[in-house]
Design a protein around this ligand. Structure first.
Ligand code: PLP
Length: 391
């Protein structure tokens, strides 16, 4: 942090990306990476130093497994106003990343052989975490309105779990329609199932105001809501939250304690001040036009050779490739050239995955986007099966 704040943010991010580019981790198009070069590092460092100087014996000891109360209150207030989530602070659980929240859901809800419905294609990280206790995945296709609830069973689905990303489907980027949300809530109510709503990057919408969360439409408390600070602040913070239905809270708290007791107190205190003093809201407002400009640069740079769909939200895009192109080979080839992409086919749990690419635009500036797009085009033109320039 010290060396970072003594440089300007641009130099710092160049240094970080040079380091990690060599390992192929943080090259341009890295999916899920926010604009770290625009993070208000000076403000953050001032708040960290404030709390380090004030550290009491109590703050150095064990913390509350549910999270610090002032942070839970600040998050509940934010979720009610910005995301239309129905919640009080006593339903909020602070966890170390949404990946941990998904692990908690697996341990609390998904016994061996339990049924897990997942969007197809869907987020592989969720599949890995949610099947870690032995659940059986049933992939359910996504159409233009979201997960096709009509394909999910009601009889025999008691206690089954559906994982969805309604605000911004990962990886295809569409938003679930209001009627599909109601169908899914109805499914949960009728069969006594649970819905996990992963609201990982809903703050950024470019065409309209952000949609409210599905949890806010749920009259029967069947939704476990997950949000993260990884995309809106930075992933290394490892701070996320869950809104847990009251009937499940004790069970989730017990599992949370068994995993790693509590999240670091220092960063919970810093984050509380960051939200309460208005820096968080200001940061979100500043970032929207920056991401819009990066998205536009990406869409323009790839328009001659890739056709992205659902470009109205988030910090990534996806585009299909012809089925005879090996998207994993394209990803490996790109990594060797310092470009970090994801292969769409790795997001499928069932047979017949579609080929395509997922490109993040949050973590690279317009100049980096344009030059990486040129490299990507030549990699694709050299790939077997890539003959249709307009897809
Ligand atoms: C859909 C989705 N959910 C969850 C996560 C994990 O986020 P976190 O850093 O909070 O574990 C990601 C990260 O890329 C994601 O894309």
């Amino acid at each position: 942090v010290h060396s970072a704040i003594s440089k300007n943010a641009g130099e710092w991010i160049d240094e970080v990306s040079n380091l990690s580019k060599a390992e192929g981790i943080l090259g341009p198009f890295r999916v899920s990476l926010p604009a770290l070069d625009h993070f208000p590092m000076k403000t953050w460092a001032r708040l960290v130093s404030r709390h380090v100087k004030r550290s009491s014996i109590e703050q150095m000891s064990y913390g509350d497994p549910a999270g610090s109360w002032p942070l839970r209150c600040a998050i509940a207030k934010y979720l009610r106003t910005a995301r239309a989530v129905q919640c009080e602070a006593d339903q909020i659980l602070i966890v170390s990343g949404s990946q941990m929240a998904l692990q908690l859901c697996a341990r609390a809800l998904l016994k061996k052989h339990a049924v897990l419905y997942m969007e197809e294609p869907g987020y592989p990280g969720a599949k890995d975490a949610l099947t870690s206790t032995g659940a059986r995945v049933i992939p359910v296709a996504v159409d233009g309105e979201g997960i096709m609830v009509q394909k999910m069973k009601i009889r025999g689905s008691q206690n089954s779990v559906t994982y969805v990303t309604p605000s911004h489907q990962y990886p295809l980027g569409l938003s679930m329609s209001a009627s599909r949300r109601l169908d899914l809530l109805d499914w949960a109510q009728r069969c006594g199932g649970w819905i996990i709503e992963d609201d990982y990057d809903s703050e950024y919408r470019y065409a309209s105001r952000p949609f409210g969360a599905m949890q806010g439409m749920d009259p029967t408390s069947r939704v476990i809501y997950i949000g993260t600070f990884s995309k809106v602040l930075f992933p290394a913070l490892r701070m996320a939250y869950m809104v847990v239905p009251r009937d499940l809270f004790k069970t989730f708290l017990k599992v949370r304690e068994s995993l790693d007791i509590f999240s670091p107190t220092l960063y919970q205190l810093v984050l509380t001040d960051f939200i309460e003093e208005g820096h968080f809201a200001r940061h979100l407002r500043r970032m929207r036009p920056i991401y819009l400009s990066r998205r536009n640069a990406l869409v323009e740079s790839i328009e001659g050779f890739l056709k992205p769909h659902n470009i109205d939200a988030g910090i990534h895009l996806s585009a299909f490739l012809p089925q005879d192109v090996d998207d994993c080979a394209v990803v490996n080839n790109s990594a060797e050239n310092g470009i970090s992409l994801c292969a769409l086919s790795t997001c499928y749990a069932g047979a017949n995955p579609r080929k395509g690419l997922i490109l993040g635009f949050g973590g690279c500036n317009e100049r980096q986007i344009k030059s990486a797009a040129r490299k990507l085009e030549s990699i694709l033109q050299g790939s077997a099966g890539f003959k249709d320039r307009r897809l």
